[in-house]
Ligand binder design. Sequence first.
Ligand code: GLY
Ligand code: MN
Ligand code: MN
Length: 437
Amino acid sequence: MSLPNREVFAARRAALLERMGPGVAVIPAAPVFVRNNDVEHSYRQDSDFYYLTGFDEPESVLVLTNQHAEHRVVLFVRPRDPEREVWDGARAGVEGAVEEFGADAAYPIAELQQHLPDYLGDAGRVHCAIGRGHPFDGELFEALHRVRRRARQGVITPAEIVDPGVALHAMRLVKGAEELAAMRAAAAVTAAAHRAGMRVAEPGRHEYEVQAELERVFRRGGAERSAYDSIVGSGPNATVLHYRTNRRRMEEGDLCLVDAGCELHYYASDVTRTFPVSGRFTAPQRILYELVLAAQEASIATCVPGKTLEDVHAASVDVLARGLLELGLVEGSLDEVLQEEKYKPFYMHRTSHWLGMDVHDVGGYFAEGAPIPLQPGVVLTVEPGLYVAPDAEVDARWRGIGNRIEDDVVVRAGGAPENLSVDVPKTVADVEAATQA
Ligand code: GLY
Ligand code: MN
Ligand code: MN
């Protein structure tokens, strides 16, 4: 898979400038977070910033402007510093920001307050994501304050600060060909990891051993990192939606729920499989698993242009509600189960979210009060599950069984969706065979 080249990032910047209209967009890099004492969390660039630049260094700010006489694209970056580069590795510097990353002008980040006000003056509208706890908020307010002080020189302070996500996240929601290629590659690595995890799991092993095997395959496959903390929940832990302790010793007869996906070249995958640790589903486990599988297949078939995430969710809920009634896990008429959400003690989450650079990717879900229709190029997860708590007031044979099945699906024009994670075993026979391989 080839990485996006300079032209791809330039085209995205041009498209954003056109969509946002008059004004200036200011997009800061992700902050560095301290982990403990003098150790930092591993750095991961902000998705919006990377989408527009391909630049992965911290302490950077991108300015896109329709208002300046000569500049459209401006970068503030860390300057070259041979002494620091011995410790932390090479920097592009201001020269690299122009020559390699396509900026019309670049400045050292330490000069932000010297130059940013020049770009904000008379801009009318600033597109900047404030109010999310990013330390850059203070820098923006300081720069605006400096613009305000130029009022008597005839400089007009921007009257509006708007969310750049309105234009930008509508772009990120619909994936381009190069993005879909990256997501296919990420899903392929994740598929290999899930198959490896199924092989490793067995009674007596710990959840973290399965996690280690998955993450080994992620890294061997070239993935930079996991897209989120891996969930490996065996036995009763499979009923805990975001269980991440991953320390239990697995036992004969357990189901193991693995929700894990790698991030490759800034694109996430997000896949869940549930399998029997000892290689064979028990009868009640199999019944509930096949019910979730039927729900998932019904939802995947709904991932076509014009349908909505509400339709995708409703398809799963309908199958699950009928199944729960048939099994005696809920009571009443089908209408009652649906209207009164009687399925919720067993299925309490939604079926889908957008997937892309962020695992819970950006892009609106509703517009003007109505769910937005699926369109070709959007990628979503389809992840129904059933979770019967160990102390649920139901027939004892169902208690403590949790399972979820999650795939990554691309909506395509005029046809069936593409399942990016199709290579992860999913039928009862394939899952049992994979755990025994
Ligand atoms: N792994 C997080 C999720 O499935 O949404
Ligand atoms: Mn997941
Ligand atoms: Mn998910």
